[in-house]
Design a protein around this ligand. Structure first.
Ligand code: IPE
Ligand code: IPE
Ligand code: MG
Length: 237
């Protein structure tokens, strides 16, 4: 029986809009409340010995939402990275980002870059925010880079391995997620870590992200610990 916590936990934080709607509030209040869940999940990861926490914050598809929501999500991202930096430093958390950051406004890019630099020495927990992240885009970019190397004569097609691809993803130096949690009752990956999730354990809960706290976190981790991971083998023990 698996008894270690996940080294890398990834979370599809979903249900902020429904949380707000159920209270007659604007969707934005759901996103604000979602930040509280991020704070407590970071704490719980440190407490439980999780080393990497990846949070899906904004997908490549989320640009299709109304401008007002996109704008407020970007504002929130800016504010949070600035406001949370001192606390993250105190906690020993290193903040990193995955996704196509070139498409973000200068202001957003600058604030996330500053937080990334300021927390760069920390090593207790790596907090990885997926912003303008889409797995298909990530894989497409890797294919482009490989094609260029082949055309330039720096790589021969026989030497292309799965590691060649993995090494060109945003997550090159990050282990694959052991556990992926999705909140809000949806059971899909929505373009999140499609390559890296090949052997991840999946956990779905009906709880909406703003309501995700200690009890739900512990339930998910306990459930994970009871699972047998086989990686295609007969017995991995
Ligand atoms: C997840 O909550 C946060 C983001 C996608 C940014 P949603 O905004 O998707 O909330 P629901 O799914 O509409 O309830
Ligand atoms: C996935 O949630 C993206 C994030 C959590 C950032 P969505 O709410 O965008 O996904 P779908 O549209 O329900 O698949
Ligand atoms: Mg959603």
């Amino acid at each position: 029986m698996e008894s270690l916590p996940p080294v890398h936990l990834a979370v599809i934080m979903d249900g902020n809009g429904r949380w707000a709607k159920a209270r007659g509030l604007d969707r934005f209040h759901g996103h604000i409340q979602g930040v509280e869940s991020i704070r407590s999940t970071v704490e719980l990861c440190i407490e439980n010995g999780v080393r990497y926490l990846t949070l899906y914050a904004f997908s490549t598809e989320n640009w299709g939402r109304p401008d007002e929501e996109v704008h407020s999500l970007m504002e929130l991202l800016c504010q949070c990275t600035v406001n949370e930096t001192p606390q993250l430093k105190k906690q020993g958390v290193r903040l990193r980002f995955i996704g196509d950051l070139d498409k973000l406004d200068d202001k957003v890019r600058e604030s996330i870059h500053a937080c990334h630099v300021e927390t760069g020495e920390n090593d207790k927990l790596q907090l990885i925010l997926a912003v303008n992240y889409g797995a298909r885009n990530e894989i497409k970019e890797a294919v482009k880079k490989i094609t260029e190397k082949v055309i330039n004569g720096d790589l021969s097609t026989e030497n292309i391995t799965t590691d060649t691809i993995a090494d060109l993803l945003y997550t090159a130096d990050i282990p694959d997620p052991d556990l992926i949690i999705r909140t809000s009752g949806e059971s899909r990956l929505s373009n999140f870590l499609l390559w890296q999730a090949a052997y991840s354990e999946l956990y779905f809960t009906d709880v909406l992200w703003p309501d995700f706290g200690r009890e739900e976190f512990e339930k998910a981790i306990e459930n994970y610990k009871k699972r047998t991971r086989k990686f295609g083998l007969i017995n991995n023990k």
